[in-house]
Design a protein around this ligand. Structure first.
Ligand code: MD3
Ligand code: FE
Length: 203
């Protein structure tokens, strides 16, 4: 089933369960070429979540700011291509949530260890601020925080489990959101991590 969080925000529970083993294999292949790393904020603080990317553009952050880069600044090489099965899953999830014709050009891969979380923020580094973001959760469960259009508004807690896919676009695209620090747990398939694929249309 699916839950509605806003007029254009949906969680599709279990939508990626069947594809999960292939997605985890793809993540391992990508990480062999573009390793997970902890980036720094423009203010010089290290981000808790480890990140890498696939696709035409990759999200990156350092002293120079938050941005998308076609070349991985840590290796000088292009990001690994977005695997076909990644793209197909994102397109199918977007269509199921009411966004036909989705064409993501970036996929940020977040890796959380127990204790790691992501503070409330907006995703505003993309040129198109209404195209949906498709988010795939794998491995350890997490509690997602879904807020309003300003930081101060109350947040709704949404449990996200292995295989869940969330789609956020249109009027819900600029909502504040975050991830509570992960509880300890075991997940042999991911090596005791939570992995999150975040598909975006950047340009
Ligand atoms: C809700 N990552 O990388 S995307 C991020 O679980 C990020 O790692 C989340 O937030 C994670 O920036 C999953 C969830 C998301 C993205 C955009 C949204 C939720 C959103 C836009 C509006 C509302
Ligand atoms: Fe985000």
């Amino acid at each position: 089933g699916s839950s509605m969080l806003g007029p254009q925000a949906r969680v599709l529970h279990g939508f990626a369960l069947q594809a999960a083993p292939a997605l985890l294999h793809g993540i391992a292949q990508i990480a062999a070429q573009a390793p997970f790393r902890r980036l720094s904020t423009p203010g010089g603080r290290r981000i808790q979540v480890e990140m890498t990317n696939c696709g035409r553009y990759g999200w990156y952050s350092d002293r120079r700011g938050y941005r998308y880069e076609a070349i991985d600044p840590d290796s000088g090489r292009a990001w690994p291509a977005m695997p076909d099965d990644f793209l197909q899953l994102a397109v199918a999830a977007a269509a199921a949530a009411g966004f036909p014709g989705y064409r993501p050009d970036a996929c940020l891969i977040n890796r959380y260890r127990p204790g790691a979380g992501m503070g409330l923020h907006q995703d505003r580094d993309e040129e198109d601020t209404r195209a949906p973001i498709v988010s795939v959760s794998l491995g350890l469960p997490a509690v997602f925080l879904f807020g309003g259009m300003t930081r101060g508004e109350p947040t709704v807690r949404v449990p996200l489990a292995h295989g869940d896919v969330a789609v956020w676009g249109g009027v819900d695209r600029m909502r504040f959101h975050g991830v509570r620090p992960l509880a300890p747990g075991h997940d042999p398939a991911t090596g005791d991590f939570r992995l999150n694929l975040t598909f975006r249309k950047v340009r």
